[in-house]
Design a protein around this ligand. Structure first.
Ligand code: ADP
Length: 957
């Protein structure tokens, strides 16, 4: 029996009412709600309030209500203390007597000192199960196991926050997630109240599994604020491992494939069915399910007891057909569609920001000297920083640093040499191969990279064969037979690239295996395609089918898509629900890297020279041809100023591949193929490392260029990587990109060198007054700048004043957007000063900036002396009737302003009436928007305006 600590009861004034009486009065309520008589008997026995005979008498009753009645009779006959004890047990094991908790609150029960000192043993199956779940999940989540089983790190020591953004259905940001607990609360980010699933998506390696592990760990330690009593963590790839004929009941799924109750599973399962809202499921890696799984086509599991295919159980849980109301957190790579009706919140994981990266560095390298050395390297090499913003790559890089004694320079790399992802995976492979070589503590491993790879050649090739085979079949978990069929030996498994699947095995008692990470499977696939001389050029290029535009795929259909069509997908253009085939894209990327010139020194020792030459030639030919045709196929728009090309996420993958080749020739070809001077890369999920690739290509671009990277995740490292192309950029749009002041400083340094920028978009980043000062300098020095977008940053009056001063000095600026900062009245006054007789400014937004009477009046007065401004947004401030009066005076004088936005302010009917009078004397104003709510009234046209105003006034008074 479990004698551990139980929840403490709240001490309070002793209840005056007799407990014997309470049991009598509420007898029928107790009879109805006490289900676990045994637990009460166990406790009465332990404290010797009951004899064995008493318990037998109760047990002899045939049905539950009679058992309860008999027990109550006996308890009452034993006096007040025993009755009080019985009630205290109901209170101290709340999960066992959940239906009686309201009754306990009603009676305000608080036991005496004596009874409180009595032992309570928990023999309740439900709460015992919760304890078991907590201890198992706590144990399972304690270490980051993907660090290969040999070198586990405590999750608590290494887990670092990363960027999590709440999104709506259009993928517009709704702000960031403040903590893991808040993922599950209703305070922020709910976009569909009927949905039950929190969808967390992000690229491979960005930390989705680790996030769930952390969630599990917090739950196990009772630190997750959301009140789920039960947690069932699953990995979706497990569901994909069951054969087509497999059938399980929900109960089997939970108890046999997750965690089995020690006591009375029937009672536990009944509890789960009664209280589904007390359950939290996590499903990791929805994208890794078999491609043929289409949620919309899977039938529902009819009942919780009836066996169904595990995938049907998964679908039914997600749809809320089973355990309706249970919370679910589902992770996936981008591009996998979950029906909107099921989604409650949508969260994008975006990896480490520069400050998170610093925090992670300090955790990874606790020794101060090494920590400082790594931080210095990151500062000196922004490209390294860009790779490190993906936690997986960061971990690999840091592991290599560790292995090669604190820097990547030890590993055959010159400090100024660009490190590609292929380099990093090769370094990691080398480190793993070296780890298995016994060395003495004093002796450093002195094998060269070539020697190391040669020695591990066979093992690597076998692992590659396994990876490739799985890639063709979209399989990520391998049985023992499959491992053996690929000729992977024990020594190969011990290298640590593959690990035993952690959870209980769906396919019998034999162990199942998986690569540490899906990107590692892609890397080994590429290695195999290159190193195996039986691989034909067609096979080598099979995954490049991903690049072919939709509709034209049939001719060059990659194998996985062919397989899909065999499984009944007859319409190839129909959106594949599993659009995320990044594992193929990563394979292509590693192919480009491994066949690049830089890797020849190594690769030629692994592949016969003839075969290598043939493969290189085939890859380059294909790369050139597909680049040319893809770029040609991109949609183009001709505007007055630009030929605009709208690039797709595949374009980003192409850039990544080009960068991986490190071939200037390929870069040049891509630059030439772009055939546009406005590149739009909005919402492409581009990260900071992609800026390195973009720069690599745009460096070869012959002309000036406009670049729109709005709504990505490039952060300060990305900005640094864009430096080489700043000499060409006339338009630079970097809104919604996690950029901070240090990124803005870089922009200042670069843009003021060339002074050609006309449009700078930095809306919704993390710019404070420090950054605002750099932007002000850009405005002062870049005399071509016409548009500046700085809304939704963290600029207050100090930054506002600097910017206003720069506006005052600029004779080029046309449009300045400051929506959603906090410049207040002081900032507004400075802008007022800038407005007086400004020669160029046409559009000004100071909406939602905490401006009140003083600021508003100054602006109105300044506008009297302005003849350039046509639109002013002052929406969502604290402007009142005094400001309306000043605005009215201004309208009697100003003859330039056409649109004035005053909605969501404090202006009353009085102010409006004053404005209406003034408008009659103004012949240029076209519209004034006013009103207390975001749904404003619009006054259009001068003649009708006054009438409308008066009518409106009469109505409201
Ligand atoms: P994903 O599931 O998105 O592909 P993982 O969660 O498997 O990525 O993360 C890959 C690796 O990155 C982990 O094994 C771990 O080393 C590292 N990692 C990810 N997220 C974090 C984090 N928040 N803190 C520390 N390390 C992390």
């Amino acid at each position: 029996m479990d004698m551990q600590a139980l929840p403490e009861v709240t001490a309070g004034p002793k209840d005056a009412r007799s407990c014997i009486r309470l049991l009598k009065v509420d007898r029928e309520r107790l009879v109805t709600h006490i289900r676990n008589v045994q637990c009460l008997l166990d406790n009465l026995l332990v404290n010797e309030y009951f004899s064995v005979e008493d318990a037998e008498i109760v047990g002899a009753c045939p049905i539950l209500p009679d058992k309860v009645r008999k027990m109550l009779d006996l308890v009452q006959s034993k006096g007040e203390e025993v009755c009080e004890y019985l009630i205290s047990v109901l209170q101290r094991i709340p999960d066992a007597f959940i239906d009686l908790q309201p009754w306990l609150e009603e009676i305000g029960f608080s036991p005496s000192e004596l009874v409180r000192g009595r032992t309570v043993v928990n023999t309740d199956p439900v709460s015992r199960y919760i304890q078991k779940l907590r201890s198992e999940w706590g144990r399972d989540s304690k270490f980051l196991t993907s660090y290969s089983q040999k070198e586990e790190m405590l999750l608590a020591d290494i887990y670092t926050e990363n960027v999590m953004e709440l999104l709506d259905f259009r993928n517009e940001s709704l702000g960031s997630v403040s903590s893991l607990s808040s993922l599950l609360d209703d305070a922020t980010g709910v976009i569909n109240a009927e949905g039950e699933t929190v969808l967390v998506f992000g690229d491979a390696g960005v930390g989705k599994s680790v996030l769930l592990q952390k969630l599990q760990n917090l739950w196990a330690r009772e630190e997750l604020a959301a009140g789920a009593k039960f947690l069932f963590p699953f990995r979706c790839r497990t569901f994909g491992c069951f054969g087509p004929g497999a059938a399980l009941s929900l109960r089997d799924l939970l108890f046999a494939h997750s965690c089995c109750p020690e006591l009375d599973p029937d009672a536990v399962f009944a509890f789960l069915l009664r209280f589904p809202r007390s359950v939290l499921f996590t499903f990791d890696g929805f994208d890794e399910l078999h491609s043929a799984f289409d949620l919309s086509r899977v039938p529902d599991a009819a009942s919780p007891l009836q066996p169904a295919h595990p995938l049907a159980l998964l679908a039914s849980l997600l749809r809320g057909k089973l355990l309706q109301g249970a919370a679910k957190v589902l992770t996936s790579r981008p591009g996998v569609e979950l029906p909107r009706a099921l989604v409650r919140k949508k969260v994008q994981l975006r990896g480490f920001s520069p400050s998170h990266l610093r925090a992670y560095t300090c955790k990874f390298f606790p020794a101060p000297a090494q920590q400082q050395r790594v931080l210095n390297q990151l500062d000196a090499s922004p490209h390294l920083g860009t790779l490190c913003s993906v936690p997986l790559f960061c971990w690999i890089i840091f592991r290599c640093f560790q292995h090669f004694h604190g820097s990547h320079e030890g590993a055959h790399h010159q400090p100024d040499q660009t490190l590609t992802l292929t380099d990093i995976f090769l370094l990691m492979t080398e480190a793993h191969l070296n780890r298995t070589v016994p060395t003495s503590l004093l002796q450093r491993n002195t094998r060269s990279q070539v020697e190391t790879f040669r020695s591990g050649h066979e093992a690597l090739r076998a692992l590659g064969r396994l990876a490739h085979w799985g890639m063709l079949k979209n399989l990520f978990v391998f049985s023992q037979e499959e491992v053996e069929a690929s000729e992977v030996q024990e020594a190969g498994l011990e290298l640590g690239f593959v690990r035993a699947v952690p959870e209980s095995r769906p396919t019998g008692e034999q162990p199942a295996y998986e690569f540490l990470h899906i990107t590692m499977q892609s890397f080994f696939t590429a290695l195999f395609l290159i190193a195996d001389d039986k691989v034909s050029t067609r096979e080598l290029l099979q995954f490049f089918g991903e690049w072919t535009p939709r509709g034209r795929r049939a001719a060059s259909l990659p194998l996985p898509l062919l397989r899909l069509s065999c499984l009944g997908r007859n319409n190839l253009d129909k959106e594949d629900p599993f659009r995320n085939n990044d594992h193929f894209q990563f394979t292509n990327l590693f192919l480009c890297g491994l066949l690049s010139k830089a890797q020849q020194r190594l690769v030629r020792h692994l592949v016969p020279v003839g075969a290598l030459r043939r493969k290189r030639r085939a890859l380059w030919r294909h790369l050139f041809a597909s680049l040319r045709s893809y770029l040609k196929s991109l949609p183009r728009t001709h505007t007055e100023e630009f030929i605009q090309v709208q690039a797709m996420p595949t374009f980003i993958w192409m850039l990544r591949c080009i960068y991986e080749t490190q071939s200037q020739k390929v870069g040049q070809l891509a630059a030439r193929g772009i055939c546009a001077d406005y590149i739009k890369l909005t919402y492409c999920n581009a990260c900071s490392a992609d800026c390195s690739a973009l720069s690599f290509v745009l460096n070869h671009f012959p002309k000036q260029l406009a670049l729109d990277l709005d709504n990505n995740n490039i952060n300060d490292y990305g900005v640094k990587e864009l430096r080489p192309c700043c000499s060409r950029l006339t338009v630079l749009r970097l809104s919604v990109n996690q950029i901070t002041d240090s990124g803005v400083k870089v922009l200042y340094e670069e843009l003021t060198k060339h002074k050609i920028v006309t449009y700078l978009g930095l809306y919704n980043n993390q710019i404070t007054n420090i950054g605002a000062k750099y932007v002000a300098k850009i405005l002062e020095e870049c005399t071509s700048l016409t548009h500046l977008k700085l809304g939704a940053n963290r600029i207050t009056s100090e930054g506002g004043k600097c910017l206003a001063l720069a506006v005052k000095k600029s004779s080029s600026i046309l449009d300045i957007g400051m929506w959603g900062n906090k410049i207040g009245d002081e900032g507004a006054k400075a802008f007022a000063d800038a407005l007086r007789n400004h020669p160029s400014l046409s559009n000004l937004s100071l909406a939602f900036n905490g401006i009140s009477t003083e600021g508003g009046k100054s602006l109105a007065q300044a506008l009297q002396e302005n003849s350039s401004v046509k639109i002013v947004w002052l929406t969502k401030n604290d402007l009142d009737d005094e400001v309306a009066e000043s605005m009215a005076e201004m309208l009697e004088v100003n003859q330039t302003l056409r649109h004035l936005w005053l909605i969501q302010n404090q202006i009353t009917a009085k102010g409006i009436s004053r404005l209406a009078d003034a408008v009659q004397k103004n012949s240029t104003i076209l519209e004034i928007w006013y009103g207390p709510t975001p749904c404003p009234a619009l006054w259009v046209g001068v003649g009708t305006l006054a009438t409308y105003l008066v009518l409106k006034m009469n109505c409201s008074s």
